[in-house]
Design a protein around this ligand. Structure first.
Ligand SMILES: [Zn+2]
Length: 185
């Protein structure tokens, strides 16, 4: 088992420029995702779980269309992409997006650990094709990864109480420790 942790957005998206992702309350999604990924590497390595990061700093380029291939070449068996959601300021909660039945158990494992750690509302796991954006079913390139893959929308950067959770180191540690426990069970 080797887990790819992909910190969403950052350098390399959108014509190799820097993509901050969603912005809320003076925070950028790319920074939060990176903090979560770095904590994940630290927690997982202590738990004896191999980890690969698609980017480990805001200066490291990771073209968004190539992150699944990078993980495959690094020998990863599982892929989790870390993001923050954004909507109107009253919307809050955690959700996980997956592509097909093969990915669903992994998405449920990730969602379960995230809900326990973030303690916002549980928006459940969602199949990618059920989400319509700009008139078309969503198609996320990171979910092209050949093994179990999912995209975790940790919480809403656009919501004040969710933001407190997103920047909490204790929440990040609780998430990855919870996921490590589930993986080692
Ligand atoms: Zn995102």
């Amino acid at each position: 088992m080797k887990i790819c942790i992909d910190a969403g957005h950052g350098l390399g998206n959108r014509n190799a420029g820097y993509d901050p992702g969603a912005v809320g309350g003076g925070l950028e999604e790319a920074d939060i995702a990176l903090a979560w990924a770095l904590t994940g590497k630290w927690v997982f390595e202590r738990a004896g779980i191999d980890v690969f990061l698609t980017r480990s700093s805001d200066a490291e380029s990771a073209p968004v269309g190539g992150r699944d291939d990078e993980a495959r070449h690094a020998g990863c068996t599982h892929f989790v992409s870390i993001h923050c959601n954004a909507a109107g300021w009253t919307v809050r909660g955690t959700e996980t997006i997956y592509r097909d039945a093969r990915d669903k158990p992994w998405a449920e494992l990730v969602q379960g650990a995230a809900v326990m750690a973030v303690r916002s509302s549980n928006r459940g796991v969602k199949q990618e094709s059920s989400i319509i954006r700009e008139g078309k079913p969503l198609r996320l390139s990171v979910l092209d990864f050949p093994g179990p893959a999912c995209l975790l929308e940790t919480a809403f950067i656009s919501n004040g109480s969710d933001r407190v959770r997103l920047v909490s180191r204790a929440v990040r540690i609780a998430f990855w420790e919870g996921l490590a426990r589930r993986l080692n069970a």
